[in-house]
Design a protein around this ligand. Structure first.
Ligand code: HEC
Ligand code: HEC
Length: 240
């Protein structure tokens, strides 16, 4: 009998004993194969999960990073678990490690300037940066209090504005601004980021005082926002 016919065979009522044996073998086969299928699906999902968290955490050592970020006093400003208690200081919790390392390298080289951070990054090695970034990236991703009901900002965030060639923020920064990696570009988490920090960055991009984004993409985006839109986006994003 072909395998499919065996599996789906209708029990021949005229031969109850053979039928019972057939049912038994068939249920056993189904149980074993369902188990095997579930087990392999679990492995695949676990591997996908591991791959995703590796993407977020990068190659650094989060355990060493926890100690280093305490010793280097990063936690004093950015929070023990990467959630900053000050609206002017960015959170790093769940931020992509690759993005954090890029910013630290940019502070170190001067490609991004900030009085405090240029000093803080000055004597970090590549390994320190990777470890500290891995620690913050491995924390539960930052999250706002979701109070902002803001149609102007939401529309710009989700749809952009084709009339002035403004792409949707979400097309790069992902759903709810939780960031993503695509074609080797890291789009940072901005949803749930601290409010005053967001305003200062959008303003700096707009004025050209921060200019370290790939192909100046964020300068173009911020320049096409008027002040009302910029403020609305800040309120909206910090709540996500
Ligand atoms: C005295 C407070 C203070 C300390 C200490 C400090 N930071 Fe910062 N950090 C800031 C502020 C303020 C900013 C925002 C800079 C800006 O406005 O451009 C910042 C920005 C950053 C950013 C950029 C974040 C982003 O989303 O782009 C990174 C990464 C960072 N800090 C990492 C560190 C690390 C690592 C340490 C420890 C070696 C550290 N910081 C220590 C205050 C601090
Ligand atoms: C075409 C892709 C793209 C679009 C569209 C885009 N961004 Fe960005 N954005 C980026 C990239 C890439 C970076 C990281 C720059 C870097 O590496 O320094 C960034 C960085 C930022 C940052 C700095 C985050 C931090 O922690 O310092 C903010 C804030 C931001 N974007 C807000 C927005 C808002 C608001 C919109 C929509 C109005 C938007 N972005 C649209 C690509 C984009």
């Amino acid at each position: 009998m072909g395998f499919c016919r065996w599996l789906f065979a209708v029990t021949p009522e005229t031969k109850p004993r053979r039928a019972r044996a057939h049912w038994r073998r068939r249920s056993q086969w189904l149980a074993v194969s369902t188990f095997a299928l579930l087990a392999s699906a679990k492995t695949v999902f676990a591997e996908q999960g591991a791959e995703l968290s590796l993407q977020r955490i990068g190659s650094g050592n989060p355990v060493a990073g926890k100690q280093k970020s305490a010793d280097e006093r990063c936690q004093e400003c950015h929070g023990e678990d990467g959630n900053s208690g000050d609206v002017r200081i960015p959170s790093h919790a769940g931020q992509y490690a690759g993005y954090l390392v890029k910013q630290l390298s940019d502070f170190k080289s001067g490609a991004r300037s900030h009085e405090i951070m240029n000093v803080m990054a000055a004597d970090l090695t590549q390994e320190d940066m990777a470890d500290i970034a891995a620690y913050f990236a491995s924390q539960k991703v930052m999250r706002g209090d979701r109070i902002a009901d803001n149609p102007l900002a939401k529309n710009l965030f989700v749809n952009g504005d084709a009339a002035r060639d403004l792409p949707a923020c979400a097309s790069c920064h992902g759903e709810n601004g939780k960031g993503k990696i695509a074609d080797n570009v890291i789009y940072p988490v901005i949803g749930g980021q601290r409010r005053v920090y967001l305003r200062s960055q959008l303003t700096n991009w707009k004025l050209g005082e921060r200019k370290n984004s790939p192909e100046a993409v964020m300068n173009k985006v911020a320049k096409s926002l008027n002040d009302d839109e910029l403020n609305a986006l800040v309120e909206y994003l910090s709540g996500l």
